[in-house]
Design a protein around this ligand. Sequence first.
Ligand code: HEM
Length: 469
Amino acid sequence: MAFTFIAIVGGVLFLFCFFSALLRWNEVRYVKKNKGLPPGTMGWPLFGETSEFLKQGPNFMKNKRARYGSFFKSHILGSPTIISMDEELNRYILMNESKGIVPGYPKSMVDILGNCNIAAVHGSTHKYLRGALLSIIGSTMVRDQLLTKIDHFMRSHLSNWDNQVLDIQRKTKEMTFLLSLKMVVSMESSRISDSIMPEYFKMVAGTISLPIDLPRTKYRGGCQARKALVSILREVMEERRKSQETHRDMLGVLMGNDDESRQKLSDEEIIDLLIAVMYSGYETVSATSMMTVKYLQDHPKALEELRGEHLAIRQRKKPDEPIDFNDLKSMRFTRAVIFETARLASIVNGVLRKTIQDLELNGYLIPKGWKIYVFIREINYDPCLYPEPLKFNPWRWLQDQSLESKNHFLVFGRGTRLCPGKDLGIAEISTFLHYLVTRYRWEAAGDDKLVKFPRVSAPNGLHIRVSSY
Ligand code: HEM
């Protein structure tokens, strides 16, 4: 009896010491040898606090902020990480790439999107690749070439929706993917897009998986999908070189058909830029479009005002006349709806950086190789910055026009990495809304669930019943 008791107490003591030692492991490994770190805890060896972060989602950040303030340390997603929710520090972090704070996206993303991908490079390489990128997706290109393509595409994508129950999540995903193919390589034939689509979705899934290179892992699938996509793009480039034809699309500009914007880029750089365009504009635009439909459906007053704005544009035009750049600029309420949706749905939770040298931030010492997570989500719901933050109120963007340029507004990032596709994304969503609200009314069909973390999605689709006006 006494022996059993001693054995149990001994076992409990052993487990206690074992788990205490495990919990101390990361503290010893990261904190003891790096003096001057911000407050926070590092969790378990290898996994750190990742499972709490993924399980509790935004509450994890909220609780930590309540305990340690707006700048603290943790160990998430495989790396020691500093989390920043401080307005001034966020601005400093995003504006100071030259001081050694460069993009820090996960290995699977960098491997699959390519070594010449814009998020994988910094310094002078980033500067010239970004210049090339702006020549194909910047606002001049939107005005001169892309808006006509977007308008043409939306008219046909939003035809025949009358009297149907649609999964608007699927529709907006297809819309963003097919539109990007049209803009990137003028691909409209469904035969080609049907063969690319499954590869593309595999590639996207691979970028947000663990980098485990084994058969049937998402990572392996993503790498294979990248190879397939690259070989399709190479084939198109070869064909174009042989035919010597001029093409008015993004590949055409990058290959130098367009003399004014000729770029001396290698084939690898061209391919990775095109993949970046298709990738970066995909989930952001499709999720924002889906959520505008949801919020407008739940807020009839906002829908009425938005519809008024678009009917006024239609009244100035012939029935089939496309919308032009001036129409786009006149869509002030639409722009406000897009910003409010991106804020309230927190389409982008945060952006990741890593340090490439030891540096001092806010009086703390951040070692080389640590990640910095600029967590935007909590700021989007700060009542001091956005009164009644959980309310869908697009009018707030019209009442205070400076809101868009405030330091805390990071929905499109800031500094040298400010989203180069911002105007294009707004043009796509605005044109989508134009044809949606002038042609159709809709209501919820079913009680679909929405998940907002770690990404905005409707796990079983978001169904709406559509009818014509
Ligand atoms: C609602 C739509 C969009 C949102 C909310 C959004 C958001 C963002 C954010 C927050 C960043 C900064 C990332 C960082 O600092 O690491 C970014 C960068 C970027 N975005 Fe967007 N984006 C949108 C649409 C688009 C579109 C349509 C495209 C392309 C067609 C695009 C292409 C890019 C690229 C290539 C970068 C990287 C820029 C660089 O590293 O220099 N985005 N975007």
